[in-house]
Ligand binder design. Structure first.
Ligand code: NOJ
Length: 557
């Protein structure tokens, strides 16, 4: 297998709004990030994925961009950005930018022009259609509720928006759109950035005719079959690769909801014609249900293992995996898959980290995950800031699909704001995030969970992540070894073996709060393995072990 720097990297995602505020306005900013680079260096990561820092009216917190070549005022200036890039590079840390080009903001100059008249030169930058029988052009629903079409009186047509109505979809069929996007990407690359995380890139190509979708519980049609992994998406990405990506030494990851193994083998093929890797969603969707993700279900461990193992084995040597539990769209993993009670929070956070970081692929850590940060204890709707949760709450309760109590419970558990509460730096005012009033409340558990305390304590979650990252640098087997699942039917234990040449790495994780018996597989009996990492005080793997609650262990043979 070809060795590449991005294969052995560990990426850390920064959600700038919630990371560190340097000027007391309650909103994180670029100078705040600069002031914390030492922390990332200490943790040991070598790539930052920076969620959008571009100019934006923040309808979707920066994922609605009004100028791709300007920095959001609240975040600072382009000069601040240039300093950040330079300082990160000095520390050996690369920066991967978020590329949001399925849509722009409705305040982007292209859209401002586009909506002016039917024959404006920018009209075809977006997807405009006539209504059908006085209604929307088709029945698609948007990801943030309601129709995916917005009527615009000025020209008596509708524009498509798969997300909010302030996020009109770009028309990738238009050569000029692709050229403008590629020019913008080249501009950033020439600045010296190191890669792109591509927002919903699997959705840029829409099926001709934009056919109606199957109507779901929301009353709207599903656009999925007609705009996820659409007919020209690979052609567009290959063109992007030729025009931009192949000109530089970049790390690229496509956010690809709805991606299958077969599609991923194309997006992230080892031949390198498109992207380095994709974010797949199958594991994150396991606890979804009829009303999209809104419920309080727990994933079944057997299902999780089946999905993870499928990706581990079926991309091996064909394409490259990304590994993640968390990002700015997901609730906190320790509250979701682990146990966030004081007794088990740290141990289960370390177990989850072991389980993921010993797998094959490039791991992504989301800010605060390395501290075992938890979901927020929401008590009222007013505490939410995220358009997705707020819209879904209104839509599903007003239609009588879920009761207000149910929906409040679900958005509290699954809502994206759980990930977006401020980073917990210390046990002082506002957890050290800001000297002002934070744009979203700090989790009250910052007194117990904060970076300063964990850096000082050798057995903290922080130091555990630090060790996992260091191990990946030391052992090629973690990066390049193959993967085999053990005990597929166990609802308690996740155990797998990595193999690389003569070496084997046995990983054992107890996903329960109970003691569970584990028998060492035949192949490892009477052999002396080296415990690379573990979250309990077990010095060696024995033939028969009583795993303690949430115990995790990785043994090298
Ligand atoms: C995916 C991003 O991760 C999410 O935060 C955003 O709301 C949508 N794409 C729309 O850009």
């Amino acid at each position: 297998m070809e060795k590449k720097w991005w294969k052995s990297s560990v990426v850390y995602q920064i959600y700038p709004r919630s990371f560190c505020d340097s000027n007391g306005d309650g909103i994180g900013d670029i100078n705040g990030i600069r002031s914390k680079l030492w922390y990332l260096k200490e943790l040991g990561i070598n790539v930052i994925w920076l969620s959008p820092v571009y100019q934006s009216p923040n309808d979707d917190m920066g994922y609605d961009i009004s100028d791709y070549q300007a920095i959001m005022k609240e975040f600072g200036t382009m000069e601040d950005y240039d300093h950040l890039l330079e300082e990160a590079h000095t520390l050996g840390i690369k920066i991967m930018m978020d590329l949001v080009v399925n849509h722009t903001s409705d305040e982007h100059a292209w859209f401002v022009e586009s909506r002016k008249s039917r024959n404006n030169p920018y009209r075809d930058y977006y997807i405009w259609r006539d209504g059908k029988d006085g209604k929307e052009p088709n029945n698609w629903g948007s990801c943030f509720g309601g129709s995916a079409w917005q009527y615009d009186e000025a020209t008596d047509q509708y524009y498509l928006h798969l997300f909010s109505k302030k996020q009109p979809d770009l028309n990738w069929e238009n050569d000029a759109v692709r050229k403008s996007v590629f020019d913008m990407m080249n501009w950033w690359c020439n600045k010296g950035i190191d890669g792109f995380r591509m927002d919903v890139i699997s959705m840029i190509s829409k099926a001709p005719g934009l056919p109606d979708g199957t109507v779901g519980a929301s009353g709207y049609g599903d656009f999925g079959p007609y705009s996820v992994n659409g007919p020209r998406v690979h052609e567009f990405l290959q063109e992007m690769n030729r025009e931009v990506l192949s000109q530089y030494d970049l790390i690229t990851v496509g956010e690809c909801s709805g991606v299958t193994i077969e599609e991923a083998q194309k997006y992230a093929a080892s031949s390198g014609e498109e992207l380095n890797m994709v974010f797949q969603f199958e594991h994150m969707d396991l606890d979804g249900g009829e009303s999209f993700k809104w419920n309080h279900r727990k994933m079944k461990l057997t299902e999780l293992k089946a999905v993870m193992s499928k990706w581990q084995t079926q991309l091996y040597e064909k394409a490259w995996n990304s590994l993640y539990w968390c990002n700015h769209d997901q609730p906190r993993i320790v509250s979701r898959l682990g146990n966030d009670s004081p007794a088990w929070r740290e141990k289960s956070a370390k177990m989850l980290a072991t389980c993921l970081h010993m797998m094959q692929g490039t791991p992504y850590i989301y800010q605060g995950e390395e501290l075992g940060m938890t979901n927020y204890p929401f008590s009222s709707l007013e505490e939410f800031r995220d358009i997705e949760s707020i819209n879904a709450y209104h839509e599903l309760t007003e239609k009588g699909i879920l009761t207000p109590e149910e929906m409040f419970d679900y958005i509290s558990y699954k809502g994206r704001d759980n990930a977006r509460t401020p980073m917990q730096w210390e046990d002082g005012v506002q957890a050290g995030f800001t000297t002002g009033t934070p744009w979203i409340a700090v989790n009250p558990n910052y007194k117990e969970i904060n970076a300063r305390e964990q850096i000082e304590r050798a057995d903290s979650v922080f130091h555990y992540y630090q060790k996992l990252i260091a191990l990946r640098k030391q052992h090629d087997i973690i990066v390049y070894g193959d993967y085999e699942l053990l005990l597929p039917d166990s609802e308690e234990i996740y155990s797998y073996v990595r193999t690389y040449g003569e070496q084997k790495l046995l990983v054992i994780c107890n996903f329960t709060d109970r003691e569970i018996a584990y028998e060492l597989p035949e192949a490892f009996r009477n052999r002396k393995g080296e415990v690379l990492i573990g979250n309990d005080k077990r010095p060696e793997a024995k033939e028969a072990m009583a795993l303690t609650p949430y115990e995790a262990l990785a043994v090298l043979y």
